[in-house]
Design a protein around this ligand. Structure first.
Ligand code: SF4
Ligand code: SF4
Length: 291
């Protein structure tokens, strides 16, 4: 399959105007990430969430916003960058672990129905929340699926909190994979465009990309994005993938799904056109919060 062209989406608006769901929209349109979701309901062994103004990676934000603060921030972002077409929520924790993201989308959607609402999640609660997401205007969802084999996922995720219970091992991995695939099916059935992210971890899931791509495609995903591991947390001593590792992983993913090549691994409070000047420092005049 020839990839990297205009991504096929069920939703023409998403494929034409979302900088991370359409090859042609990249470098042209912008997004703002609203950092309203600090908590997480799983623990990935590579994750390190933090508050600062300098690091350029997911899981980092300078501040955590309350949902009711978000409409004013979106208005300010649109003044700074009129090319913004997307309001996204991508953490710094999981966006469905609390109802903050749903509340923020509801408020922003009532003021700006024209902007695409986009959510990133680990997918644990996606089956339960799919309908609510569509109801508050979400048109694109990204689910991070790091394995579809519980034995491999157990090496990546140390525990999940599900229905108030902390679970580990294969049972936790089976529940997470089942929720992710069921959640993808549900949001796809609602007409939402779906991207799957995988963190590429050499020696752990690098030979498993084709299976992930096949499984998420069958569930209804439209696009695949492979993110190189940043060695941190329990995986601090792991090696980051080489360019060649990344190219091979993308090639095996492309047997089943279109691949997105332009991801910039943005902060949870990113603002502007991906790959160009980040405007978040101009949006917020306060000092970084603390968790
Ligand atoms: Fe960190 Fe995201 Fe994993 Fe939660 S789901 S532990 S925020 S990487
Ligand atoms: Fe787009 Fe990647 Fe940034 Fe998400 S992290 S907004 S997919 S460039």
């Amino acid at each position: 399959m020839s990839l990297g062209k205009e991504i096929k989406s069920k939703d023409i608006k998403v494929s034409r105007l979302h900088p991370c769901f359409g090859g042609k929209a990249h470098n042209k349109y912008g997004r703002i990430h609203l950092p309203v979701s600090p908590a997480c309901n799983i623990q990935c062994r590579f994750c390190s969430r933090t508050l600062n103004k300098t690091e350029e990676r997911p899981g980092v934000t300078g501040q955590v916003l309350k949902p009711e603060e978000t409409p004013a921030i979106v208005n300010k972002a649109l003044e700074l960058c009129p090319e913004i077409t997307v309001v996204g929520i991508a953490g710094p924790g999981d966006t469905l672990a609390t109802d903050n993201a749903l509340k923020a989308f509801e408020l922003v959607h009532s003021e700006h129905p024209e902007l695409i609402k986009c959510l990133s999640t680990n997918g644990l609660l996606l089956p339960q929340k799919a309908k609510q997401l569509a109801d508050v205007g979400v048109r694109s969802v990204t689910v991070t699926v790091n394995a579809v084999d519980p034995v491999i996922l157990d090496k990546i995720v140390s525990h999940i909190i599900y229905n108030g219970v902390r679970l580990t091992g294969l049972i936790a991995a089976e529940i997470l994979i089942g929720s992710q695939l069921e959640g993808i099916e549900k949001v796809a059935a609602l007409g939402v465009t779906l991207k799957v992210n995988t963190v590429l971890i050499p020696g752990v899931n690098d030979k498993h990309i084709s299976e992930i791509s096949k499984a998420v495609k069958a569930a209804g995903a439209n696009i695949y994005n492979i993110i190189p591991l940043i060695p941190q947390g329990e995986f601090i001593n792991f090696k980051a993938p080489t360019c060649d590792d990344l190219a091979q992983a993308r090639k095996s993913a492309s047997d089943f799904l279109e691949v997105f090549y332009h991801c910039k691994h943005c902060r949870a409070d990113a603002c502007g056109i991906p790959g160009k000047e980040d405007l978040s420092s101009k949006l917020y005049d306060r000092q970084p919060d603390t968790f």
